[in-house]
Design a binder for this molecule. Structure first.
Ligand code: B12
Length: 206
């Protein structure tokens, strides 16, 4: 197991952040470090599911990941082109407060040339409707990590369509897959932040 994955899964907060810093310094690509984080989170998620760890551990793991993202993000920015060539509204749907994955997507879109309005977490459909009217994005990205997020995604997409939004909608997050994309009526599903960037680029032609 990669030492960073091991440090995160063993909840060694300081070690994990230090290892991420060291890996970056020794030339590990930032995206690879984020991949290690995802691997660790999936191990922790499985333990949670099996009853081997509990919500406080999830909170701590979330905190460790946030600190590592803060270390990695400046490196991603340096590598990217800053020209803005499209607008995207992002948010985690109503009832769901997971934001680590959404923040990574927001960040990757940003550094890949999109102007992103991030509405935060637990965002009601009405707030998305308001945002598409004001910000006029070409793409809306809905994030959700809970099974309970499927219906809010579907309702949000319907509300935006009813309000006349004709742009594209992409969805993603832990439990989301192609089947949920069809259920929710979204135009695209992305398994990670790079997939979100590829979808937006494909649609906007950026
Ligand atoms: C950390 C965590 C938390 C933290 C969240 C902290 C935070 N600030 O986000 C806290 C402790 C708050 C939390 C709370 C809960 N959690 Co939680 N949590 C997790 C955990 C361990 C990791 C999630 C994460 O951040 N992963 C890291 C990111 C980087 O993951 P990622 O998937 O690779 O992200 C990529 C993609 O998802 C994609 N993506 C994300 N959004 C979007 C959007 C678009 C448009 C696109 C294209 C792509 C995309 O791009 C991301 C970056 O590459 C998961 C387990 C897991 N395996 O996911 C459980 C998990 C999601 N949680 C779960 C549960 C049950 C809960 C609670 C209900 C627990 C409780 N009893 O209170 C609450 C729910 C609170 C709420 N109302 O939302 C379950 C959900 C099960 C289900 N089927 O619904 C999981 C799966 C754990 C499990 N195995 O049981 N949790």
């Amino acid at each position: 197991m990669n030492p960073l994955v091991e440090a995160i899964t063993e909840m060694r907060e300081d070690d994990a952040v230090r290892l991420a810093q060291e890996q970056l310094k020794s030339g590990t690509p930032p995206v690879e470090i984020l991949d290690h984080c995802r691997e660790a989170m999936s191990v922790i998620g499985q333990r949670f599911e099996a009853g081997d760890c509990f919500v406080p551990e999830l909170i701590l793991a979330g905190e460790i990941l946030r600190q590592i993202s803060d270390v990695v993000k400046p490196k991603l920015t340096q590598a990217a082109d800053v020209k803005k060539n499209g607008r995207v509204v992002m948010g985690t749907v109503e009832g769901d407060i997971h934001d680590i994955g959404k923040d990574i997507v927001t960040f990757m879109l940003d550094v890949n040339g999109f102007e992103v309005k991030d509405l935060g977490v637990d965002v009601p459909a009405a707030k998305f409707v308001e945002a598409v009217k004001e910000f006029k994005p070409q793409v809306v990205g809905l994030s959700g990590f809970l099974t309970l997020a499927y219906d809010p995604m579907k309702n949000t997409i319907k509300a935006m369509r009813d309000a006349g939004f004709t742009g594209k909608v992409m969805i993603g997050g832990g439990q989301i897959d192609e089947q949920i994309r069809q259920y929710a009526g979204a135009d695209g599903y992305g398994k990670d932040a790079m997939a979100a960037v590829a979808l937006a680029k494909g649609w906007i032609g950026a």
